[in-house]
Write a new protein. Structure first.
Length: 248
């Protein structure tokens, strides 16, 4: 990761859902690039363990992303520890593969709360802090299912993230706050690259134009670009990392 050194020097970054998976990979890459990173998650043990591993420039905060008061506390603790916030990565989310007939109203609202409402709450909470600085960036992790159809609930929420990104990008452009969405395809996370799931993923990979799934670091590289000043004129845009799936 040495090639990323100093690209995010002293930037203060909040990453939600950072205890494991892609969120943890984003955190490691941002730390390697010189950032000060606040990791938030419901999984306190894993989150604290990762923060300890990453050192003094990392702070873990247990966080329910659907709770407005929790967001206020995350902003307060981040500013007290590291100062005004430069970057928010709305990474927390859940998946669903149920059919509409098998999805209860409670199931549906849980997906929407975690995948969509949390993004709204995060953006609303962080913007006042970002207005204190310049060249700030909000990065909303959507999915290729924010562009094409997939499971009910999950697809809806990821399309919503794409739309919210554009609305807030227009509103925040005069403040020097950029807002973009990232749309990963199939990513080789530990959760899917094991057991029967691994075989299914490997079979599907043969149908992808690039004939492979992405490594988590390939998504994190886009996140780092959007967090850095290298993307200073990019706002309200979708950044697709899918090996060509949606190009068909």
């Amino acid at each position: 990761m040495s090639g990323y050194q100093n690209r995010l020097q002293d930037k203060v970054i909040i990453i939600t859902g950072a205890a494991q998976g892609m969120g943890a990979t984003h955190a490691r890459l941002c730390i390697a690039a010189g950032a000060k990173v606040v990791l938030t998650d419901q999984q306190a043990d894993k989150g604290q363990q990762l923060a300890d591993e990453l050192g003094n420039n990392a702070l873990f905060i247990k966080h329910d992303v659907t709770n407005e008061q929790d967001w206020a506390q995350v902003i307060l603790k981040t500013e007290e520890t590291f100062g005004a916030i430069n970057v928010l990565v709305n990474n927390a989310g859940i998946t669903s593969s149920k059919s509409i007939l098998d999805t209860s109203l409670d199931d549906y609202r849980r997906i929407i709360d975690i995948n969509q409402v949390s993004v709204f709450l995060g953006m609303k909470a962080v913007i006042p802090s970002m207005q204190k600085t310049k060249q700030d960036s909000i990065i909303n992790i959507s999915s290729i299912n924010g562009l094409v159809g997939g499971a009910i609930g999950y697809t809806d929420s990821k399309f919503a993230v794409r739309g919210m990104t554009k609305a807030v990008a227009l509103e925040c452009a005069p403040f020097g706050i950029r807002v973009n969405s990232v749309h990963p395809g199939v990513i080789a996370t530990p959760m899917i690259m094991q057991g029967d799931t691994k075989a299914a993923v490997e079979a599907f990979a043969k149908t992808i134009p690039m004939q492979r799934v992405a490594e988590p670091e390939e998504v994190s590289g886009i996140v780092l670009f959007l967090a850095s000043d290298d993307s200073s004129y990019a706002t309200g845009s979708e950044f697709i990392i899918d090996g060509g799936i949606t190009a068909r």
